[in-house]
Ligand binder design. Structure first.
Ligand code: A3P
Length: 312
């Protein structure tokens, strides 16, 4: 492990450059254990992969509902009405804390299809995942919106002992790849390249596309997972009900997602739902980059990067 040269930005924990990505110190052991012990992968398993703050919770809810659409009606007694998506679809990295035997037993007892989440970059996934026939669904988000979402989130969940950084300072770090599981670019490219080389293995989705035409992408995910909707289900409104169940407004308003904490980090469940929009970043002024001439970005006389604050 090599120590970072300076204190990372508003993180709950320090970041370490580990296997070519920035990993929070507390997650290193978890990722190591996940790589070592997650062996018994089933072909029916689905792994939802994402860079943090890309809409992980949304794609977890959608994937769970789609893969289980024969078992549960989206309208009544659906597990998402009473359980947070992070609990229904556990992160693999955090599933190997405590007693490993117990954890392995717990995972092997999960109802099939087992659906997991991960933030680990593709290159660091265990061989068991890469070499089995399990499927990976990756969600990618516009890095500007991803940054704004992350900045808001980490400012909320950071321990009091860490000083908050300004948005400019944080953005500079983000551009240098310094964020949990960063750099964003190589995280996204790892899954992108695999989705091109092996389209039956990795489905690459964009948050923005999913927002734009959720219906189309829900059908696409179902087909990819091998559980397409029948004509009858489609005309009976099953897809629409899933979209509504997993929508930002609905998820945010559910009692189960409004209060209480989750995980070892003591994170408030409500903090996973902020705005749920695309284009929340406003204007970034960058001089002397090809982007400056592309509109939306204005030049700055000081030749310095300036990021204006988001709408609020
Ligand atoms: P914003 O901070 O831009 O609002 P993650 O789940 O990876 O932590 O990502 C969190 C982001 O996804 C937040 O973005 C959050 O509001 C948004 N989000 C949560 N649930 C969503 C949903 N059902 N639909 C769309 N976006 C959602």
């Amino acid at each position: 492990l090599s120590l970072p040269k300076e204190k990372p930005w508003a993180q709950p924990y320090d970041l370490y450059l580990f296997q070519n990505f920035w990993c929070p110190g507390i997650h290193i052991q978890a990722v190591n254990r996940f790589q070592k012990y997650f062996e018994a992968v089933k072909d029916s398993d689905v792994v939802v992969a994402s860079f943090p703050k890309s809409g992980t919770i949304w794609i977890k809810a959608l994937t769970f509902s789609i893969a289980n659409h024969h078992r549960f009606s989206p309208l009544e007694n659906h597990p998402l009405l009473t359980t947070n998506p992070h609990e229904l679809v556990p992160f693999l990295e955090f599933s190997f804390g405590g007693n490993i035997q117990d954890q392995i037993l717990h995972l092997s007892n999960m109802t099939e299809p087992r659906i997991f989440g991960t933030h680990t970059p593709f290159t660091s996934l265990p061989k068991s995942i890469k070499e089995s026939n399990c499927k990976l669904v990756y969600i990618c988000r516009d890095p500007f919106d991803n940054f704004v979402s992350a900045w808001n989130y980490f400012n909320k969940v950071k321990p009091m002992s860490l000083p908050a950084l300004t948005m400019e300072e944080a953005f500079e770090k983000y551009c240098n790849g310094i964020m949990d599981y960063g750099p964003w670019w190589s995280h996204m490219l790892g899954y992108w390249n695999e989705s091109i080389a092996n389209p039956n293995k990795v489905l690459f989705l964009k948050y923005e596309d999913l927002k734009e035409d959720t219906h189309f992408h829900v059908k696409r995910i179902a087909k990819f997972l091998g559980c397409p909707f029948t004509q009858e289900e489609e005309s009976n409104g099953v897809i629409q009900s899933i979209i509504k169940l997993c929508s930002f407004e609905n998820m945010k308003s559910l009692e189960v997602n409004k209060s209480g904490k989750i995980g070892r980090g003591n994170i408030e469940k409500k903090d996973f739902f902020r705005k749920g929009e695309k284009g929340d970043w406003i204007v970034i002024h960058i001089l002397a980059t090809p982007m400056a001439s592309m509109g939306g970005i204005q030049e700055n006389e000081d030749e310095k990067l300036i990021l204006s604050l988001p709408k609020e």
